[in-house]
Design a protein around this ligand. Structure first.
Ligand code: S3P
Length: 450
């Protein structure tokens, strides 16, 4: 990668190798936040070391928490977090910079809503274009005072915390684990029980981690298909040691690379396969991908899903003949971060792939619907955006081209994988964005070229 952040990926003759992914981004954010709310020392092993997680670590430090990097390497870091607990946190003396990270901003807002302090959360150009009304509304109902730019729709976001908050019973209008988690975190500082209901079950890392840290939290599957989570307020969050699994959203790039390349076999070690995150594996298998799943070599303890820890597995992917698939809003919500790389898989699959109800992709680090369509069209794919739906006609060879990541890490990595299987080299502009979630991505890409 050049300093300007442009990378060129040439076609690979073969793909072989064994990879360890960065620590799961979603789990790492939550581990830092809950460690900050717990009185004492929490060790977090194998956290992701991308820019987003560093943003959350920076916010916790600004609140008076000691966050030490005790080991690091290969895109992962071990943190030792020493906190005075929620009641000992101090008001930051400057704005809180969330960088590119929507999860940092939205989860921190939920955490801060119940603390007696005033905080201002902001971020980079991309983050300041992303919606915050979805968290302002429920957190206001709980009694916190929040304001944001453009009639309370865009960051910077001011949070004036209130102690204690009022418990609420809230149904989320958009499927969003960030919104759910913000409310659960605020619920810790509320009097009574806070319930959050979602139409589509989103990732449950916060819920698992709350259980692991001794907070009572209950799941109820309603007759109408909604899932309700209820958390007890006013309970102490315990300090614990925890291990972060490999990021399945990062693994997804290699699962697709391996499946669509003619001569590939890739082994991905210790990948998080939480049932609320593993949709990408199941969708690829439906498309015909050969993905083997073995108990993770790393930890016998995590082979069985106990609803508290994060289950892990080793995944082995081999060259496959894919066919098109029809994905609806439920699958989109379950594989929200993997849709860009699944679109690339669809370009190499026999037949048509239709992805319906993907409007949330417009509110990510870029407008991913338009960004993925533009990049894949540049490499010769037939892809149309119709409203919030995508339609991809697969089976054509992809050609070399210049693509633009729009400074979006998941688009940068998707177009880089396209370069491995295209007939000629693919250039990715602003490819440095990969470091937001996967700082060693281009290094790993060199490594698997055999
Ligand atoms: C995340 C939830 C998702 C996802 C994001 C991480 C999380 O966002 O896209 O990358 O860690 O909770 P939404 O909650 O906005 O869907």
């Amino acid at each position: 990668m050049s300093p300007a952040g442009t990378s060129t990926v040439t076609p690979a003759a073969r793909l072989r190798g064994e990879l360890r992914l960065p620590g799961d981004k979603s789990v790492s954010h939550r581990a830092l936040i809950l460690a900050a709310l717990a009185n004492g020392k929490s060790r977090i092993s194998g956290a992701g070391d991308g820019a987003d997680i560093r943003s959350t670590a920076g916010i916790m430090r600004a609140l008076g928490v000691t966050v030490e990097r005790v080991a690091e390497g290969e895109g992962r870091v071990d943190y030792l977090v020493t906190s005075p607990g929620a009641d000992g946190l101090r008001e930051p003396d400057d704005i809180l910079d969330c960088g590119n990270s929507g999860t940092s901003l939205r989860l921190a807002a939920g955490m801060l809503a119940g603390l007696p302090m005033t905080c201002l959360l902001t971020g980079d150009d991309s983050l300041r274009r992303r919606p915050v009304a979805r968290i302002i509304e429920p957190l206001r109902r709980m009694g916190a005072v929040l304001h944001a730019r453009r009639h309370d729709s865009l960051p910077p976001l001011t949070v004036v915390g209130t102690t204690p908050l009022q418990a609420v019973d809230y149904s989320t209008p958009v499927p969003s684990a960030q919104v759910k988690s913000a409310i659960l975190l605020a619920g810790l500082r509320a009097e009574g029980q806070t319930t959050i209901r979602e139409h589509v079950a989103t990732r449950d890392h916060t819920e698992r981690m709350l259980r692991a840290r001794g907070v009572p939290i209950r799941r109820e599957d309603q007759d109408d298909g909604q899932v309700a989570w209820t958390v007890q307020g006013g309970v102490e969050v315990r300090a614990i040691d925890q291990r972060v699994p490999g990021d399945i959203s990062a693994a997804a790039f290699w699962l697709v690379a391996g499946a669509i390349h003619r001569d590939a076999e890739l082994t991905l070690r210790d990948v998080g396969v939480n049932p609320t995150r593993r949709a990408v594996v199941d969708i690829l298998r439906t498309m015909g991908a050969h993905i083997e799943e073995l108990p993770a070599a790393a930890s016998a303890a995590l082979r069985v899903d106990d609803g508290i820890g994060e289950p892990m597995a080793d995944l082995i992917v081999r060259s496959s003949e894919l066919h098109g698939v029809d994905l609806g809003p439920t699958e989109v919500a379950a594989a929200i971060d993997e849709i860009p790389i699944l679109c690339l898989a669809a370009t190499r699959a026999r037949g048509t792939t239709v992805i319906r109800g993907a409007g949330e992709l417009r509110h990510k680090e870029s407008d991913r619907l338009e960004g993925i369509a533009a990049g894949l069209r540049a490499v010769g794919a037939r892809i149309d955006v119709e409203g919030d739906d995508l339609r991809i006609e697969g089976g054509d060879d992809l050609r070399g081209a210049v693509t633009d990541s729009l400074d979006d890490h998941r688009l940068a990595m998707t177009f880089a994988v396209a370069g491995l299987i295209a007939t000629d080299e693919v250039t990715i502009e602003r490819s440095g964005s990969a470091a937001v979630s996967y700082p060693t991505f281009f290094h790993d890409l060199q490594g698997v070229r055999a």
